[in-house]
Design a binder for this molecule. Structure first.
Ligand SMILES: CC(C)(COP(=O)(O)OP(=O)(O)OC[C@H]1O[C@@H](n2cnc3c(N)ncnc32)[C@H](O)[C@@H]1OP(=O)(O)O)[C@@H](O)C(=O)NCCC(=O)NCCS
Length: 136
């Protein structure tokens, strides 16, 4: 493979989300705007945390966020999530984002890696204890 950064998609894991950035998601240089990528990563992490919390969550912290490689308009992004820590009310999620260049599996690059913490909240928007873990 010509690109040294080429990798494979994680095996035996379903992506939390798959999405294709459009021209409206580009920055002034024509590549995909980092803020758009951050919002997709936050959304994917929140979906994962919502399942664990069995209800609403809010993002309390972006602990780390690394843009390893650029994302281009028309790439297919696959975003994978994994819970790495569970507290009393909080869930910390590792989020990895892979780009299939031009929506083709011939070139796959891990573009972004982040860790975010979510807090389960009630209707009053205050923290609520997480429910016991259920086996799925
Ligand atoms: C999230 C929020 C409800 C937490 O309220 P709070 O009174 O600070 O709650 P607490 O201090 O009891 O902390 C709650 C949990 O968050 C964790 N937490 C708080 N600040 C944190 C930080 N900077 N990083 C990581 N975890 C943090 C605590 O460790 C605790 O986890 P635990 O219960 O598992 O031990 C409140 O800060 C908030 O509403 N923030 C705004 C959220 C928001 O608008 N997000 C953007 C849109 S989704």
């Amino acid at each position: 493979m010509s690109n040294a950064h080429h990798t494979e998609l994680p095996v035996n894991k379903m992506p939390e989300m798959r999405v294709v950035p459009m021209p409206r998601d580009a920055n002034m240089h024509g590549d995909v705007f980092g803020g758009w990528i951050m919002s997709q990563v936050d959304l994917a992490g929140a979906l994962c945390a919502t399942r664990r919390a069995n209800g609403r969550v809010v993002t309390v912290a972006v602990n780390s966020f690394v843009f390893k490689h650029p994302v281009f308009v028309g790439d297919l992004l696959s975003i994978y999530t994994e819970i790495v820590k569970v507290g009393n009310t909080s869930v910390t999620v590792n989020v990895e984002c892979y780009a299939e260049r031009n929506r083709l599996q011939t070139e796959i690059v891990k573009v972004t890696e982040a860790t975010l913490t979510y807090v389960a909240t009630g209707e009053n928007r205050l923290p609520r204890p997480l429910p016991p873990e259920t086996k799925s």
